[in-house]
Design a binder for this molecule. Structure first.
Ligand code: GLN
Ligand code: ZN
Length: 762
């Protein structure tokens, strides 16, 4: 008996980010579309070749797209919002890029589609926008061409298609006339929004069913036997309307003779949707067993309840982890499942491999973790090893990880009211003090110096001197602008997480470990490999230097533990809670060192505070508990007179304001310029007691913000927040602007604040 093996998807960026470079060259007009397509197809072919070489029994087709699968699907269905009417003259490749970027050759620039986090990952999909009267056309010719290319690999094909209901769930009905907002990518390059179902899109079920039916008929006509129909929303706490829609849709889509639909779920167990999912009238079901809790054995329940004619694809290789699998342990699962299912058992990865780096091959892995890692390419081999019973015990693998220390978490002894009073008297800042979120333009000189230093062409001393020069420049500019609380500008940091990961023990920074974040943007998350400790102070020398150049207060700048964790690959077998508290201890020590060096205001950024939130409500309280605890632990070394700031980039606080309050930062700066004043109103209604700095202008807009707009935000803020507890700052991300824009905008900001101050005094 042979067990079928397949994956849900393979990274599309290429082992050396070839797709990114090909796309960006094409967008800049440096290459033709034909050249771009030939590069893209080379990656597509090498992805298939990897699956064939590994010996997978099915070749996955349709996962390879240029920008994002949901976007590609939307364009294939003709869902092009009216403001993109010029897209009519573009071919489908450029149409996709036009929707994603708001920009295309010979077309007017318009607001791009919005992006949202793909479930609980750091990948972002583009949100399809429907009009109220949306109709659908179907042009799947590029998918068919892909299928034809895949046939050359002489391996049975399985085609991936976004599920009808997941697609609707992720889409929005948008009033295009009012859609003047640009895509909001935060300064950190992330969009922090969560998916949220819009039930209104359910009305389009009936219109989409014939489109899917026709697609399935055409796939069948092309000799395709299996379709992986991705319905990951089946792992969410689904409202009853959506549950009912599942039954209806799959009843209507069933019986396309000969074509086998595998309803595919991932990122969680099926939870309360188990019954619904196993009984859908389809040929099979895919489940992700890598997210099960210890001892849960949810997969056994699935096997018990699955009707006896159905295929079960068990996703047992973790598609979100960079660690090698414990094959003997997984083999026991396979043996049990095989007994129950016989050749109805398929083996797969839990989710698409999109979320892990491509190949370990070109990495120089340090001895301590050698043999313990597996990127996408290595996971293919693991899968085949499991299916063929060719398993080997990996002696290097830690089955359980011991942490050297476990922390409880401390907090500051004095309540906010006491700290506030001490700090007011000590700092004597003006009303509504002005500050920025931390970074200043990462100039060409900064990048050049860092590149030279990394290559060994610039000595440590010269690099340090170059960074200090930038810091001095940033301080000088801020003094001229007359900002109240200054920052050093973060010249020495490429990235707010990578910088700290590079200096803490317990991390490994890979060279090619890139994963797609959105479009051509890739991130290289640090890998947590052991206990986190802080061998030396990480930021003190830079901040201290900045502080020495001015009589004004310089704010120290740190990244918080939750954000470091959420933007890293976690270790195998250790809880996120435990790792987060270790990170918190490292940051706590840094806070203490900064304080000892005379730094009186310290910002601990938690850009990704919310991003690790579990998908299911029932699991969320535990997350909040350790996330808040970790943040408080960092600030616990601050004396009563040391002011702790935090910064968060998103506007979606509706379900976590109590937790934000509990973090108890003296000042929180939040993104406000796009979310409007409702956000502040929400803080007000919840009785948020501490100080707030709403972002009064959106740094992503290349236009100099008008003082009027800033004024509107501040006036609004003053309605709900007493002036004593209000700060004035831009949104985050100044590192992405140039100095000229930054100066012009900050000048407006400071002038406006001064004027408001005068008015308040009068
Ligand atoms: N201090 C960081 C900066 O200003 C914060 C970045 C972020 O919040 N994403 O760049
Ligand atoms: Zn931010």
């Amino acid at each position: 008996m042979t067990i079928q093996t397949h994956i849900l998807g393979y990274p599309r960026i290429g082992a050396k980010r070839e797709l990114k470079f090909a796309e960006e060259a094409y967008w800049k007009g440096e290459s033709t579309q034909a050249e771009f397509l030939s590069k893209a197809q080379a990656i597509e072919a090498s992805n298939w070749q990897a699956q064939v070489d590994a010996g997978l029994s099915l070749l996955t087709v349709g996962d390879f797209v240029f920008y994002d699968s949901i976007l590609t699907h939307a364009v294939r269905l003709g869902i092009i919002p009216p403001r993109f009417d010029e897209a009519a003259k573009l071919n489908p490749v450029d149409q996709q890029f036009y929707l994603a970027r708001g920009r295309a050759p010979a077309c007017t620039d318009v607001a791009a589609l919005e992006m949202t986090k793909w479930f609980d990952t750091n990948y972002h999909y583009l949100v399809p926008e429907f009009t109220v009267n949306q109709t659908f056309t179907a042009d799947f010719s590029d998918l068919f061409a892909q299928i034809d290319r895949a046939k050359a690999f002489n391996t049975p094909l399985k085609v991936v298609v976004p599920g009808l209901l997941t697609f609707l769930y992720l889409s929005r009905i948008v009033d295009d006339q009012q859609k003047i907002k640009e895509t909001h990518v935060c300064g950190c390059g992330s969009e922090h929004k969560d998916i949220a179902a819009d039930k209104a899109t359910l009305q389009f079920v009936d219109a989409l069913i014939p489109v899917y039916a026709q697609l399935f008929d055409e796939l069948k006509a092309r000799g395709v036997e299996h379709v992986q129909i991705d319905e990951p929303i089946l792992v969410l706490d689904l409202a009853s309307e959506w549950q009912a829609a599942f039954e209806r849709v799959y009843n209507l889509l069933q019986r396309r003779d000969g074509l086998k639909l595998i309803v595919t779920t991932y990122f969680e167990t099926l939870g309360t949707n188990l019954n619904l999912a196993v009984n859908l009238p389809v040929a099979g079901l895919h489940i992700d067993i890598t997210r099960e809790k210890v001892g849960e054995f949810f997969w056994k329940k699935v096997i018990d309840q699955l009707p006896t004619h159905k295929i079960l694809s068990l996703g047992l290789i973790n598609g979100r982890s960079v660690w090698a699998s414990d094959l003997p342990a997984l083999n026991e699962v396979v043996e049990t499942a095989k007994k129950a299912l016989g050749d109805r058992l398929w083996l797969s990865t839990g989710c698409s491999l999109l979320h892990v780096p491509v190949d370990l091959n070109s990495e120089q892995v340090p001895a301590a973790i050698e043999g313990k890692l597996a990127f996408a390419r290595q996971k293919l081999d693991e899968l085949v090893a499991l299916a063929t019973g060719n398993i080997y015990a990996n002696e290097k693998l830690n089955k359980t990880a011991q942490s050297a220390f476990e922390l409880v978490g401390q907090s500051r002894p004095e309540p906010f009211a006491v700290r506030f009073k001490v700090q007011q008297e000590k700092f004597k800042l003006p009303l509504i003090p002005t500050t920025t979120i931390g970074s200043f333009p990462q100039t060409q000189e900064i990048r050049a110096a860092r590149a030279a230093w990394n290559k060994g062409n610039l000595s440590n001393a010269d690099y340090e001197a170059a960074m200090k020069k930038e810091i001095a420049y940033a301080i000088e500019q801020q003094e001229q602008l007359d900002l109240d609380v200054l920052v050093h500008g973060e010249a020495e940091r490429t990235d707010m997480v990578e910088y700290f990961a590079g200096l803490l023990d317990g991390f490994w920074l890979s060279k090619f470990g890139w994963v797609q974040s959105y479009g051509s943007r890739c991130v290289r998350p640090p890998i947590i490999v052991g206990d986190i400790t802080r061998p030396n102070a990480m930021t003190v020398k830079w901040i201290e230097y900045a502080n020495s150049l001015t009589n004004k207060i310089v704010k120290g700048m740190l990244t918080g533990p939750v954000t470091i964790l959420n933007w890293s690959f976690p270790p195998a077998h250790r809880t996120r809670r435990e790792v987060c508290l270790q990170l918190a201890e490292a940051i706590r020590l840094e806070v203490a060192d900064l304080q000892n060096a005379g730094i009186e205001i310290i910002q601990i950024d938690e850009a990704a505070f919310r991003e690790g939130l579990p998908l299911r409500k029932a699991d969320q309280a535990a997350y909040w508990d350790w996330a808040v605890k970790s943040f408080k632990h960092c600030s616990s070394s601050a004396n009563v007179g040391t002011q702790i700031h935090t910064h968060m980039c998103y506007s979606d606080f509706k379900d976590c304001l109590p937790q934000i309050t509990e973090m108890d930062a003296d000042v929180i700066t939040i993104e406000t310029s796009r979310s409007g004043l409702q956000l502040l109103e929400m803080f007000h209604q919840q009785g948020y007691p501490n100080a707030i700095g709403p972002g009064v202008y959106d740094i992503h807009s290349p236009r100099t913000p008008s003082a009027d707009n800033m004024r509107t935000v501040i006036n609004g803020a003053l309605q709900t927040i007493p002036a004593e507890r209000l700060w004035v700052n831009p949104d985050c991300g100044l590192k992405t602007r140039n100095w000229e824009e930054t100066r012009a905008a900050l000048k407006q900001l400071v002038d406006m604040a001064k004027q408001v101050r005068e008015e308040l005094a009068a």
